[in-house]
Design a protein around this ligand. Structure first.
Ligand code: ZN
Length: 164
């Protein structure tokens, strides 16, 4: 596996709509593994292919176990992920590996259902809520050239600097 360099804003690739993939193959599975390792080392909870300079619809996610709210650890490598259902609302802080030093409060759906294929070409369907739903929405946004800061309604109140 390899650690890949992470593309930072304002690189134009972050603003492009990424292309849909026809199917998974060995090269794509290897890229997903490298992205996964890159995300863990960063460290981050999600990474989309445009963030490593590839404008393709591939995301990786790793949400650690949270003993406090009882959520289990989740690891995902998703090809062509698509939100097919969204409901409810939540509002909370997000950051992005492509926007170091910035965090902000974003309004998101509370629950989403995502359809995708995995790196073995099997169709997958994920029903997520809370934090995992936020990460899925954030990463899928990257595939459409959307940064979390675009969704901030009131930057004066909802955007702030964080120490690296
Ligand atoms: Zn991001």
């Amino acid at each position: 596996m390899a650690i890949l360099p992470i593309v930072k804003d304002p690189n134009p690739i972050l603003r492009k709509k990424a292309v849909k993939l026809r199917k998974a193959d060995a090269g794509l599975a290897k890229l997903a593994d490298d992205m996964f390792e890159t995300m863990l080392v960063a460290p981050g909870v999600g990474l989309a292919a445009p963030q490593i300079g590839k404008s393709i619809r591939l995301v990786v996610i790793h949400v650690p176990e949270d003993e406090e709210d009882g959520t289990e650890e989740v690891s995902l490598k998703l090809i062509n992920p698509e939100i097919i259902k969204a409901s409810g609302e939540q509002y909370g802080a997000e950051g992005c590996l492509s926007l170091p030093g910035i965090a902000g409060n974003v309004r998101r759906a509370f629950q989403v259902t995502v359809k995708a294929i995995d790196t073995d070409n099997k169709p997958v369907r994920i029903k997520a809520e809370g934090y995992l739903a936020v990460v899925l929405q954030h990463e899928i946004d990257h595939l459409d050239g959307i940064m979390f800061t675009d969704r901030i309604e009131n930057p004066k109140e909802d955007l702030w600097m964080v120490e690296e």
